[in-house]
Design a protein around this ligand. Structure first.
Ligand code: HEM
Ligand SMILES: *[C@@H]1O[C@H](CO)[C@@H](O)[C@H](O)[C@H]1NC(C)=O
Ligand SMILES: *[C@@H]1O[C@H](CO)[C@@H](O)[C@H](O)[C@H]1NC(C)=O
Length: 252
């Protein structure tokens, strides 16, 4: 009982924000949905149910070894930064894989997940959205690789490609070098990032149709969704996202 109460308090604290005062705001259709989801109070939002299936991402314009002539050391610099970080803390590797997923899911793989709010009266960015804030990790690895790459070849390598290479390298090191993905390069960096778009990410309390709908909206099949979900073999999640599935859980 005490555990459940504690979980509720954590959940309430988590949900407390500017929008939490509106009754309707407890009805999250995107990333957050309460375990006690009430279909009468919280009607599925039309855009979640009717999201069109987009064409599958083509990857056209991207090529393997994209920087071999432009900046030969680029991929190696990323690999070294990731190796150092994963050696020190394997969890950072999980963070880098998720960083790539969350980048790609919103506006494509354009590095928009890295953008910070500027002081020019802009809105919050993706990294401040509920799924990302206090959750995404590994930014410092991307920053370190980017700094080293800029020193070697200025204005050449996109941040979006660094995120992609870092996810590939994290998979490689975390799998004892068994997973070695051919990761093409050539992405351009986006200049826009909006926290409200993080609602497009699949939510930990979403049901199957909602999950399928969010992936279909990005041109991804259910089969691909299941395959990609294998990424959860590694990494961490906060208790509040799964404690409701256990009648008793030692909070420690
Ligand atoms: C299918 C829908 C998905 C849902 C609902 C989902 C949800 C979540 C949640 C709730 C967490 C825990 C976050 C926290 O407690 O702070 C998490 C962690 C994670 N997710 Fe997903 N996820 C999904 C798909 C994916 C995909 C497609 C990938 C990558 C291919 C991925 C990679 C990860 C990784 C690696 C972690 C651990 C991150 C870390 O340890 O820092 N997830 N996910
Ligand atoms: C971006 O904001 C985060 C906090 O949200 C901060 O830790 C980070 O240093 C900032 N990065 C830059 C380049 O200002
Ligand atoms: C998201 O926020 C931006 C900037 O505040 C706004 O222009 C846009 O209309 C919002 N999108 C949605 C779907 O609310």
């Amino acid at each position: 009982m005490a555990t459940k109460l504690a979980a509720l308090i954590v959940l309430a604290a988590f949900l407390a924000g500017p929008a939490a005062s509106e009754a309707a705001s407890i009805c999250f259709n995107g990333w957050l949905r309460l375990p006690t989801y009430n279909p009468v109070l919280c009607r599925p939002r039309p855009d979640v149910q009717t999201r069109q299936r987009r064409p599958a991402p083509s990857g056209s314009g991207l090529t393997s070894g994209y920087y071999n002539t432009r900046c030969p050391s680029a991929e190696k610099i990323v690999t070294n930064a990731v190796k150092k970080a994963v050696d020190a803390n394997p969890g950072i590797g999980a963070g880098l894989i998720r960083l790539f997923f969350h980048d790609c899911f919103l506006r494509g793989c354009d590095g928009s997940v890295l953008l910070n709010t500027t002081n020019s009266k802009n809105s919050d960015t993706e990294r401040e959205g509920p799924p990302n804030q206090n959750s995404l990790r590994g930014f410092e690895v991307v920053d370190e690789a980017k700094a080293a790459i800029e020193a070697a070849c200025p204005d050449t390598v996109s941040c979006a490609d660094i995120v992609a290479y870092a996810a590939r390298d994290a998979s490689y090191f975390l799998s004892d070098r068994k997973i070695n993905i051919q990761m093409p390069g050539g992405r351009y960096d986006g200049r826009e990032s909006f926290s409200n778009e993080t609602d497009q990410l699949p939510g930990p309390f979403s049901n199957l149709p909602a999950l399928q709908g969010s992936f279909a909206a990005k041109g991804l099949t259910s089969d691909e969704m299941v395959t990609l979900s294998g990424a959860h073999t590694i990494g961490r999640a906060r208790c509040l996202f799964f404690s409701s599935r256990f009648s008793e859980m030692d909070s420690a």
